[in-house]
Structure formats: structure tokens, C-alpha cells
Design a protein around this ligand. Structure first.
Ligand code: NAI
Length: 283
């Protein structure tokens, strides 16, 4: 284990699984104590997701603790700013503050614009964009109080171009880049860097659609229409086809070192920018 982040405290949203889980464990391996936040429940009736579970969040915690680091966890919906404020207060009371914020939680649903209903749009934007803004608004003051820190948000390659049947997701991820760049401008004077991760096609529940739909269906969710499922598969195939490193699936553990780097002192002069872990598909 290295000591790159020894003595630091990191908050990670979406820590129960996928990129958030890998990020939380990598931050702990680098020496940070971790607060894992996840909704660990169905996010929306409209967006058809197999939710993460409290057991998954606890399992992330076991791995963090296995690194000899401290772990706190909170089951919170990031759309609920009052609940986030209560979490911040509780961290402040227990651990005194935070140094790193990995604002990573998100959801993805595909729906063509012509078929889109209000909830299709709002659920996606509310979780990915407004929810992440809530997280920044609540935790950035703790970094200011600390005299500096690191914020990393998780955008996407779909925040750099459009996606067929993925307008609401794409818009949310473009929006995160505006949020990140504005926050970098505002928080620089407080010695806080703000950057965005651009993951490519990562092997998680979010992209493993067959598994995700199967689980969601078992839990009483709705199957997307055949055309939408086809658009999703086509988007994945297109990403695979244009990845120069030729790796169809990037693992969450391939993304995690970028989080550790952006959280470290080595990245102290890097702010307002993106770091792509895509296998080269944005090249
Ligand atoms: P995932 O579905 O495995 O993890 C997302 C986590 O966020 C889940 O544990 C989920 O319960 C949590 N979450 C969802 N809504 C929440 C809410 N309202 N409040 C609190 N927690 C909530 O998916 P993955 O892939 O690890 O996604 C993490 C981030 O990476 C997301 O923002 C996603 O959009 C982004 N991303 C993922 C890519 C991929 O290929 N998997 C590519 C580009 C970006």
C-alpha cells in the first residue's frame, strides 16, 4: 500500500458498486479514509435499473477497512439535499472534515426524444446533474473550511458528443462539464481543484444491460422497447469498434488510478479539465 493520500478523508458517491466502489478502494489503498454514499435502492420507476444494495455498500467498506483505513457509510439519495446536509454534518462531527470529493453517482437510461416523457428527462437530469450539483454544494464548503482539496466528478464520453436514444444522459453529462469548469473557476482561490473523469465503456451494471434488465425485470421493473435496446447495443458496439487499444470492456479498476492521481498532491496544478480513461476512443 502506498501513502500518497495518507491522512486524507474522501467522500465517494455511488460507492456501492462499479466505478465508485473501485475508486473508494483505490483511495483507501493510497491511504485515505473513506465515506461511501449510495442510494442502494431503486432510483426511479421510469428508469429501469437494478439498484445497488446495502450489502454491496457494506462490502466496499470491508475492502476499505482491509486496507487499514477508516470507513463510514450513508444510504442517501443525492437528489435530496437536506439528507446530504445531514451526512455532511455527521462527517464533520465524527471525522472533522474532508479533503477529497469523488462525485461519481449516476444512472443511465435510453429513450428516444420522440418517445420521451417528463419523468424520462427529469429523473436522469435530477440524479446526474442536479444530484451532483447538490453533492458539490453540500461538500465544497467543507473543503473550503479545510483550506483546500480535490473534487472529481464523473462525466462521460457521452458528455462530449451525442448518443442516439441517449439525449437525457448526454445532456446531463455535458452539464456536468459546465458545472466542473465553473466550480474550478470559483473554488481555485480556496486551493480546491475540480476536474472531470471521462470514462469510456466500463464493465459495470450501468452498461451490462442484459444483466441489468434481467435483474430489474425480476424486481418488477419494465423492459425497454426492442428499438431502444437495439440503440443501446449499437452505441456499445460503436464504442468497442473505435477503441484503439482494442479492449471491449474497461474494468472499473482501470479507472480508479485516475481518481487517485487527480486526488493527489501530484495533480495540484490540474484544474478545470478532463481526464479520459477510454482505451483511446476519444483519440
Ligand atoms: P453503477 O450503476 O455500477 O454505479 C452507480 C452507483 O450510483 C450505483 O451504486 C447507484 O446505486 C448509485 N446511485 C444512483 N443514483 C443515485 C442517487 N440518486 N444517489 C446516490 N447514489 C446513486 O454504474 P457505474 O458505471 O459505476 O457509474 C458510475 C458513474 O460513471 C456514473 O455517473 C456513470 O454515468 C458514469 N459513467 C459510466 C460509464 C460506464 O461505461 N459504466 C461510462 C461513463 C460514465
Amino acid at each position: 500500500m502506498n501513502e500518497l493520500l495518507k491522512g486524507r478523508i474522501a467522500v465517494v458517491t455511488g460507492a456501492a458498486r462499479g466505478i465508485g466502489r473501485a475508486g473508494a478502494i483505490a483511495l483507501a489503498q493510497a491511504g485515505a479514509d473513506v465515506v461511501g454514499i449510495d442510494i442502494a435502492a431503486r432510483v426511479s420507476d421510469i428508469l429501469d435499473f437494478a439498484p445497488a444494495t446495502p450489502e454491496q455498500l457494506a462490502d466496499t467498506g470491508k475492502h476499505v477497512q482491509a486496507c487499514g483505513r477508516r470507513w463510514l457509510s450513508h444510504i442517501v439519495d443525492q437528489r435530496n439535499i437536506d439528507a446530504l446536509r445531514a451526512v455532511a454534518q455527521s462527517i464533520e462531527q465524527q471525522w472533522g472534515g474532508i479533503d477529497i470529493l469523488f462525485a461519481n453517482a449516476g444512472i443511465q437510461a435510453f429513450k428516444p426524444i420522440l418517445a420521451m416523457e417528463d419523468a424520462d428527462w427529469h429523473d436522469q437530469i435530477d440524479v446526474n446533474l442536479s444530484g451532483t450539483a447538490n453533492v458539490l454544494r453540500v461538500f465544497a464548503p467543507m473543503l473550503v473550511k479545510r483550506g483546500g482539496g480535490r473534487i472529481i466528478v464523473t462525466s462521460s464520453t457521452q458528455g462530449q458528443h451525442g448518443t442516439k436514444s441517449g439525449a437525457s444522459y448526454s445532456a446531463s453529462k455535458w452539464g456536468l462539464l459546465g458545472l466542473m469548469k465553473s466550480a474550478a473557476l470559483e473554488l481555485g482561490e480556496h486551493h480546491i481543484t475540480v476536474n472531470a473523469l471521462i470514462p469510456g465503456l466500463i464493465n459495470t451494471a450501468l452498461t451490462r444491460h442484459e444483466d441489468r434488465y434481467a435483474q430489474a425485470l425480476q424486481e418488477g421493473g419494465k423492459q425497454p422497447s426492442g428499438d431502444v435496446a437495439k440503440d443501446e447495443q449499437a452505441a456499445i458496439k460503436a464504442m468497442e469498434a473505435k477503441t484503439p487499444l482494442g479492449v471491449p470492456w474497461i474494468e472499473p479498476e482501470d479507472v480508479a488510478p485516475a481518481v487517485v492521481f487527480l486526488a493527489s498532491d501530484a495533480a495540484r496544478m490540474i484544474t478545470g479539465t478532463t481526464l479520459a480513461v477510454t482505451g483511446g476512443d476519444s483519440a
